[in-house]
Design a protein around this ligand. Structure first.
Ligand SMILES: NC(=O)c1ccc[n+]([C@@H]2O[C@H](COP(=O)([O-])OP(=O)(O)OC[C@H]3O[C@@H](n4cnc5c(N)ncnc54)[C@H](OP(=O)(O)O)[C@@H]3O)[C@@H](O)[C@H]2O)c1
Length: 301
């Protein structure tokens, strides 16, 4: 038997619970893993609330990204074998917050020895998103990237990727995250009323690109800083981005492998801020659901 954290109905955290079920068996193109760590993302509670559709069959396992050790491979899987250490996106109907889960082989990569399971669990969703967000429109060294939501799971890695590329990075976050954002080499700007004026004080010509990880009014407040609105990319709120003339983040298949290498070489730190046991997954999800996480939160079975 295997423990798995699920939600049993669309709604609030009261629908979440830890249940026990059979160890899942991989179908064609899938891998079974013993989970060592699972990343927690805003998508987990957005799915539970029904914000991303209501097509999940209930009870629905929670957690989209995981790292662990392969225990079984499904038909047609050639690149992985039992005992391999891997990281990847969970297969449909599966969740990372579990003792055992299934990954899709096509969205799984080998975990390099240099990367801990804890850090590896942040790669398939958060790190890969940070990679895509900083590569969709290529800036040149010295150009200015403004990151809205710079202190969160995706934001903190995106600021570091920006610095690796020698962009000038302006990170907008709340005052409590000043040191964290500055530790990446970014210029910190406090979020909230007057944010656009504070950005203008450090970047008279305005940024060359805005990457939005917050959306809504926070995005509207900075949108005028770029003369060309197609220089706004949003991972958080594609509707508001489109309304402003910007773009939705486009995810790519290659991002996971590319950012794994970058993290392996120590160029980006996923910054795991807190780890919770599987029976404390409610606390892990709640910490992300506040919308004010600092870096990444993971669940360790
Ligand atoms: N499209 C995709 O494939 C994809 C993939 C991953 C994530 N996402 C989305 O991207 C967004 C960020 O994800 P994440 O994992 O980084 O979330 P996260 O870890 O919860 O971080 C969100 C950050 O936003 C900051 N924030 C909240 N209000 C703000 C404001 N008014 N101004 C500036 N910062 C503000 C919060 O910190 P403060 O305390 O500083 O406010 C927090 O650090 C989410 O909406 C998520 O759903 C999309």
């Amino acid at each position: 038997m295997s423990k798995v954290y699920v939600f049993t109905g669309y709604g609030g955290p009261e629908t979440q619970q830890l249940i026990e079920g059979p160890v899942p068996t991989p179908g064609p193109g899938e891998l079974a893993i013993e989970v060592r760590a699972a990343g927690v993302n805003p998508a987990d509670w957005k799915i539970r609330e029904g914000q991303l559709g209501r097509h999940w069959s209930l009870p629905a396992p929670m957690g989209r990204e995981a790292a662990g050790v392969v225990t079984e491979v499904g038909d047609g899987v050639e690149d992985f074998a039992v005992g391999d250490e891997v990281l990847g996106l969970v297969a449909p109907g599966q969740g990372g917050m579990a003792e055992h889960t299934l990954l899709r082989a096509s969205t799984t990569v080998a975990k390099p020895e240099e990367i801990s399971f804890a850090d590896a669990a942040t790669i398939p969703v958060a790190a890969a998103t940070a990679y895509d967000a900083t590569h969709q429109i290529e800036l040149k060294p010295g150009q200015t990237l403004l990151l809205l939501g710079a202190g969160g799971g995706v934001g903190l890695m995106a600021t570091q990727i920006g610095r690796v590329h020698e962009f000038t990075v302006i990170g907008v976050a709340s005052a409590t995250k000043r040191e964290l954002v500055e530790s990446t080499g970014a210029t910190f700007i406090e979020s909230g009323p007057g944010v656009a004026d504070r950005v203008r004080q450090v970047s008279a010509d305005g940024p060359d690109l805005i990457v939005d990880l917050v959306g809504g009014d926070a995005l509207r407040a900075v949108a005028d800083l770029v003369p060309d609105r197609t220089r706004i990319i949003s991972a958080a709120d594609p509707d508001t981005a489109a309304e402003l003339g910007g773009l939705a983040l486009a995810r790519t298949d290659e991002a996971m492998a590319k950012i794994t290498e970058v993290i392996q070489y120590g160029l980006v730190d996923p910054h795991v801020d807190a780890q919770f046991a599987l029976d404390q997954a409610d606390q892990a999800i709640a910490a992300v659901e506040t919308g004010h996480a600092a870096g990444k939160i993971i669940v360790v079975p």
